[in-house]
Design a protein around this ligand. Structure first.
Ligand SMILES: NC(=O)C1=CN([C@@H]2O[C@H](COP(=O)(O)OP(=O)(O)OC[C@H]3O[C@@H](n4cnc5c(N)ncnc54)[C@H](O)[C@@H]3O)[C@@H](O)[C@H]2O)C=CC1
Ligand SMILES: O=C([O-])CC(=O)C(=O)O
Length: 311
């Protein structure tokens, strides 16, 4: 199975690294516009093969899309990341043109690929990719919910003082500082509601920390995060390539689900060999439904900014 990652920067290279050492794909191609950069990242990763013990073939390409031919999955991480104090939405002006060009190029050589969109603002970029390519909606998956949910479980585990892997939880809605919806009501510690162990005040703080999880890291690092984002993309790619049918919150095109149409936004999905196999309808309470509608309004408003790119 072959995966192409366009954008060999922090997130793209980390994703290639995790995919190779976990043996998720037999071949990974990294592509970047910066001369020699993807080749260098690929060579560095390949020089781990004997010490971490993997057989994935990782190669790099400077903007030569013929190297990406017949990829099963294409991940788009090309574009600019935010700096401290910025929102993801401020990246739209630069990233929209990049993402559209990249999507067009990859499809020339991999017409059957499933596309995983990572570049920010991710929900808007997923919508743009869907509209610009005309691909069926099961083949465009925006990655954000997997990462936001892993951050949610991290903050819950800290509050509970228990291991993250004993915590279950999910974040839906937009992948933005104010649009994310951590579903605290249904989060659990090995099946018991977290509300059995945490006060409302602590749960509210966990939700608030989760929502600004990316901004917090951007403030600390000076650019946005990459380890958890890269690993989250690899987790999603694994579910596609190995047909794991995991339920992962992803930004996908809605046609009436959760009361919304004509937007890409984070909802729980079954992810398998066809990409989005199913959108799972979980029962939201009235407060969560209202938050989802508000989040969808904000995501929809951002799509307006795409008019000139899509014209
Ligand atoms: N959806 C999510 O959960 C997350 C999204 N992101 C987003 O992912 C994107 C990448 O972030 P980083 O890897 O940290 O940035 P980075 O700056 O380290 O890497 C981006 C790479 O894209 C390349 N690039 C730019 N234009 C290109 C083009 N036309 N074709 C090919 N390559 C091109 C650049 O040369 C650079 O190497 C950003 O937009 C960031 O906001 C980052 C983390 C999580
Ligand atoms: O915070 C950012 O800009 C990058 C991102 O989407 C994340 O790490 O969640």
């Amino acid at each position: 199975m072959k995966v192409t990652i366009v954008g060999a920067g922090n997130v793209g290279a980390t994703c290639a690294d995790v995919i190779s050492y976990r043996g998720i794909a037999s071949e990974v191609v990294l592509l970047d516009i910066k001369e020699g950069f993807a080749e260098g990242k690929a060579m560095d990763i390949m020089q781990c093969a004997t010490t971490t013990g993997f057989n994935t073939k990782v190669s790099g390409s400077t903007n030569d899309y013929s190297k990406t031919a017949n990829s099963n999955v294409v991940v788009i991480t090309s574009g600019v990341p935010r700096k401290p104090g910025m929102t993801r939405e401020e990246l739209i002006g630069i990233n929209a043109g990049i993402v559209k060009t990249v999507a067009d190029n990859v499809l020339k050589y991999s017409p059957d690929a499933i596309i995983v969109v990572v570049s920010n603002p991710m929900d808007t970029m997923a919508y743009l990719t869907l509209k610009a390519t005309g691909l069926p909606k099961n083949r465009i998956i925006g990655m954000g919910g997997a990462l936001d949910s892993s951050r949610f479980k991290y903050y819950l585990s800290k509050a509970l003082d228990k291991p993250s892997n004993d915590v279950q939880g999910m974040v839906i809605g937009g992948h933005g500082d104010t649009t994310m919806i951590p579903l605290t009501r249904i989060a659990s510690y090995n099946g018991s509601p977290v509300s059995d162990f945490l006060s409302q005040e602590v749960m509210d703080k966990v939700a608030a920390d989760t929502m600004v999880g990316g901004a917090t890291l951007t403030g600390l690092l000076g650019t946005s995060a990459w380890y958890a984002p890269g690993a989250s993309v690899a987790y999603l790619v694994d579910s596609i390539l190995n047909d794991q049918r995991k339920m992962i919150p992803c930004s996908v095109y809605l046609e009436g689900e959760y009361g919304q149409s004509d937007i890409c936004i984070g909802v729980p999905c079954i992810i398998g060999k066809n990409g989005v196999e199913e959108i799972v309808n979980i029962n939201l309470d009235e407060k969560e439904k209202a938050l989802f509608a508000k989040s969808a309004d904000a995501v929809r408003n951002m799509n307006e900014a795409l008019k000139s790119v899509l014209a």
